[in-house]
Design a protein around this ligand. Structure first.
Ligand SMILES: [Zn+2]
Length: 228
């Protein structure tokens, strides 16, 4: 009987939710609708001033900035990003981009020319097999129709930076990124996309060559940490 019930359940709930591990429907990708609803959102993405812009204001010029979710240590957003980055789930990255775009990007300037994902260093890319930011960017693009442009290159692998001071992280990151095709971004509106904003160092490192190349920047991330 137990076996029968389990088979019966599998018929309707062939997969389990990545967060609560209960059954989810076929039309619920990766997580169940209840968990999707409960993800902690950064709500103030409409205004020019919000938690994301406050975090990076003064580091480089940009038009607007916003993040989709709130990242808390040990929370559901950390779990999702961990799955995307370290558990070989690039499709979840794509789906995060789709959720992000569906909920927030209607507030973004529709005249954006390109989405530029923060790149991985070649070595890190080899290890992981994909760049999670590129997958997220592709998910956004599926909803908004914006073109994704891989125009940044990361020159050296960043060692884990958690033990470094905020200033040391900045110094480490500022010279990592170079433009591979400066001409294509001149006078273009670019949505620069990272998976997570912590201190803003990675965002600044990748933003500076774009700004120097004449791009107008918009900043977006899937998640913003709540404490730096
Ligand atoms: Zn769930």
């Amino acid at each position: 009987m137990k076996r029968f019930l389990s088979d019966f359940q599998t018929l309707f709930f062939p997969n389990t939710c990545c967060l609560c591990t209960k059954g989810r429907l076929r039309q619920e990708p990766f997580i169940c609708s209840a968990c999707l609803l409960e993800l902690p959102r950064e709500l103030n993405y409409r205004g020019k001033s919000n938690n994301t812009t406050n975090r990076i204001r003064g580091m480089f010029p940009f038009e607007r900035g916003f993040s989709f979710l709130r990242f808390n240590k040990g929370g559901s957003v950390q779990k999702l990003l961990h799955l995307v980055k370290y558990q070989r789930k690039p499709d979840l990255g794509l789906q995060l981009g789709r959720w992000f775009a569906s909920e927030t990007l209607c507030w973004l300037d529709s005249t954006i020319d390109f989405i530029v994902p923060v790149p991985l260093h070649r070595e890190r890319f080899k290890e992981r097999g994909y760049n999670q930011c590129l997958e997220i960017a592709r998910g956004i693009s599926q909803i908004t129709g914006h073109d994704v442009l891989e125009v940044l290159k990361r020159e050296r692998a960043t060692e884990t930076q958690t033990h470094l001071s905020r200033w040391d992280r900045f110094e480490n990151t500022l010279n990592e990124f170079v433009l591979t095709n400066p001409r294509i971004i001149s006078n273009k509106k670019i949505l620069l996309l990272d998976d997570i904003i912590t201190t803003g160092a990675t965002m600044t490192g990748s933003a500076v060559p774009l700004v120097n190349g004449g791009a107008v920047l918009y900043i977006a991330a899937i998640a913003l940490t709540q404490d730096t």
